[in-house]
Design a protein around this ligand. Structure first.
Ligand SMILES: [Zn+2]
Ligand SMILES: [Zn+2]
Length: 148
């Protein structure tokens, strides 16, 4: 991740304290967070308990390319490539729900090629792949859980 890029984007947008804190909460988390988890953290820190506060902050971050919504998990994650036009490709671990954002450029190129063949112009897309993260793969192998 490029923290520097994120910081530049944050300065450019002049984030309000609650939006900035919501982004920091996403960046600190090692997995995607539901809106309610973000709301709880914001409330603990004195930003208020009203759900719209968290929802609006998260929506703003998504609209401005600083965060993504992951539909499968109904959760949010900080963008790892802010400031770049990209199709986010999420690799979601089915065991621990950790989320990695893969470099989206090749995915976007492949999608555009496929779309052009059908005369379709892609404006927005996101890819969600489910599988096992490195930690859970190692754990599964070490634990000898394999059946047959
Ligand atoms: Zn992204
Ligand atoms: Zn995992």
């Amino acid at each position: 991740m490029s923290q520097a890029e994120t910081l530049v984007a944050v300065q450019r947008l002049r984030l309000t304290p609650v939006r900035r804190r919501a982004l920091e909460i996403l960046l600190e988390a090692h997995r995607a967070l539901g809106a309610y988890e973000v709301l709880e953290r914001l409330a603990e820190e004195g930003f208020g308990k009203q759900p719209p506060v968290a929802y609006r902050a998260l929506e703003f971050l998504v609209e401005n390319g600083l965060a993504h919504r992951i539909r499968r998990l109904n959760a949010f994650t900080a963008c790892m490539h802010p400031g770049e036009a990209h199709v986010p490709a999420f690799l979601i671990c089915r065991v621990c729900d950790s989320v990695a954002e893969a470099a989206g450029a090749p995915v976007r190129a492949a999608l555009d090629d496929a779309a052009i063949a059908l005369g379709f112009s892609v404006e927005r897309a996101s890819i969600e792949a489910v599988g096992l993260c490195p930690q859970c793969r190692a754990h599964t192998q070490a634990g000898g859980v394999a059946h047959g």
